[in-house]
Design a protein around this ligand. Structure first.
Ligand SMILES: Cc1cc2nc3c(=O)[nH]c(=O)nc-3n(C[C@H](O)[C@H](O)[C@H](O)COP(=O)(O)OP(=O)(O)OC[C@H]3O[C@@H](n4cnc5c(N)ncnc54)[C@H](O)[C@@H]3O)c2cc1C
Length: 478
């Protein structure tokens, strides 16, 4: 049942509130208590659904804010995103909850042409796009030489993606594709230099092409292609930043989210569960919904211990290294050097995107440097000050006109964030067949959610899907 239909069904039920049947159901459920661990989208989604059903829900959040990996920089004009950035027209649950809770959405279509216009820089040199097709570093097939290197992979994969539906990546018939991107591209006739160029550079999933399953990327590709097929508009963001969505969700809970409640252990018995926070406080409930990313959960004590493939998943599932740096320009230096303010580079500058969150799409409100994979890993070895300087130096070396023109206003390493320890989960070769079907299984009274347990959707919508599934498990619908 979609959340919309479920909501409508609940509304119809509410209209029948004098019915004996409904009153009995409600009374029975109101005595059940649920603890939700984590006030990111998945935990809040589960909490709201269960609250709607009459359960008394307590949400425990380790951080001092809600939203988790949705984090908007409100100190910067236009509130650019440090976490979940944009969502397509097919993000039915996100769009539905935003509309229901009165969060205004901004259509990103007008800025899309600017978004795609980026300079390419390899070996710390800008390569003008008109020179790229004949450039010696261009190893792309003849008919694709005009593409920037990062655009090749998803186009190539898209043409031969065997998945018929988004969730087909969990179908054992497709486990033959649960091999590394590296091995898959080699089988397709490409060599290591080519793979470095089209995949390993400023990597979006994995640390290298060798540690990520191409089957997972088939799922990512199916998900984004299906998004693109839906609706007239391709992308949205929320007014005031995407954080407005989890904030509105939290504001609609009967009990406020309990902040600074870092859960250190969870135990489950046959009908009850107990959660102990690092500050010593204890909470008991009939069910626990746990949205903690596995990168964090692997160090949390669960009693009795989870065994078998699900335990392996908690220990082995990896999460993307990514750091985000927001920069406010003091001048329009891109007008001086005549290039796009946005760049795709193989150095410490990573991918720089111009944020256009002002009244006109032409206005650049800030720049965001997306620093991924081994760039993020190296920056994490530096102090924050050194890391910011390394990124600025790389930008200024490529663009002398940018010298002293960028003011760093916010820097965030998701790997160093103790409550996420990385960003989106990614599956290594062989892991989908090894533990894919066990990843979200309940353990006693503990129900797991979080984007890493989603089957049909990725990112923010995956988080919502997983929260809904965990709530439905508790309600006995699935
Ligand atoms: C840079 C970046 C860009 C992104 N871009 C997009 C995008 O464009 N589109 C998209 O769809 N998705 C995007 N995503 C992904 C998306 O933001 C996430 O998939 C989604 O927000 C995850 O939600 P979640 O509820 O699963 O996890 P989280 O948001 O991580 O929620 C888990 C919560 O648990 C809390 N927690 C952790 N440990 C404990 C503990 N011990 N005790 C209590 N609480 C704890 C955390 O603080 C957190 O609030 C992006 C993410 C990042 C970081």
């Amino acid at each position: 049942m979609t959340s919309y239909k479920r909501r409508m069904a609940l509304k119809s039920l509410a209209a029948l509130s004098t019915s004996v049947l409904f009153n009995n159901q409600l009374r029975a459920k109101i005595h059940s208590d649920i603890i939700v661990i984590g006030a990111g989208l998945s935990g809040l989604s589960a909490a709201l659904i269960l609250q709607d059903e009459g359960y008394k829900v307590t949400v425990l959040e380790a951080d001092n804010r809600v939203g988790g990996r949705v984090l908007s920089e409100r100190r910067v004009a236009g509130s650019p995103e440090t976490g979940g950035t944009a969502f397509g027209s097919g993000y039915a649950r996100i769009i539905d909850i935003a509309q229901r809770l009165g969060v205004e959405l901004i259509d990103l279509n007008p800025i899309m042409p600017y978004f795609r216009n980026r300079e390419l820089a390899l070996d710390q040199k800008i390569i003008p796009m008109n020179e790229w097709p004949d450039h010696p570093r261009n190893l792309l097939p003849k008919n694709m030489k005009q593409l920037p290197p990062n655009a090749f992979f998803h186009q190539f994969l898209g043409k031969q993606n065997p998945l018929e539906t988004n969730d087909d990546w969990m179908n054992p018939k497709n486990f033959i594709h649960d091999i590394s991107v590296h091995d898959w591209l080699m089988k397709e006739g490409f060599n290591s230099d080519f793979i470095d160029l089209v995949y390993n550079l400023n990597i979006t999933h994995g640390h290298t092409a060798k540690d990520v399953s191409v089957l997972m990327l088939m799922f990512v590709n199916a998900f984004s292609s299906n998004q693109n097929r839906l609706g007239e508009s391709t992308s949205y963001t929320a007014k005031g930043g995407n954080m407005s969505i989890p904030e509105a969700m939290a504001n609609n809970l009967n009990e406020p989210v309990l902040m600074n409640k870092s859960v250190g252990s969870i135990s489950t018995q046959s009908t009850k569960a107990e959660v102990i926070c690092e500050d010593g406080t204890k909470y008991q409930a009939d069910h626990v919904v746990c949205s903690i990313p596995f990168s964090v959960l692997k160090n949390i004590d669960i009693t009795p211990a989870i065994k078998g493939p699900q335990a392996d998943a908690i220990q082995k599932l990896r999460s993307q290294k990514i750091n985000m740096l927001h920069l406010v320009p003091k001048s329009s230096f891109w007008e001086e050097d005549g290039m796009s303010p946005s760049m795709y580079t193989d150095g410490y500058a990573g991918m720089v995107l111009a944020e256009r969150k002002g009244s006109s799409p032409e206005d650049v409100t800030s720049l965001t440097a997306w620093l991924r994979g081994n760039i993020a890993e190296q920056l994490d070895l530096m102090s924050e000050k050194e890391a910011i300087r390394a990124v600025l130096d790389a930008i200024e070396e490529l663009r002398p006109a940018a010298k002293n023109q960028l003011e760093p206003v916010s820097y965030h390493s998701w790997s160093l964030n103790p409550y996420s320890q990385g960003d989106w989960s990614y599956w290594g070769p062989g892991q989908i067949s090894e533990f894919g079907q066990y990843v979200g299984n309940p353990h006693g009274q503990i129900h797991f959610c979080g984007e890493h347990t989603a089957i049909s959707n990725r990112g923010m919508e995956g988080a919502m899907e997983s929260g809904e599934r965990a709530a439905f498990e508790i309600m006995g619908i699935i």
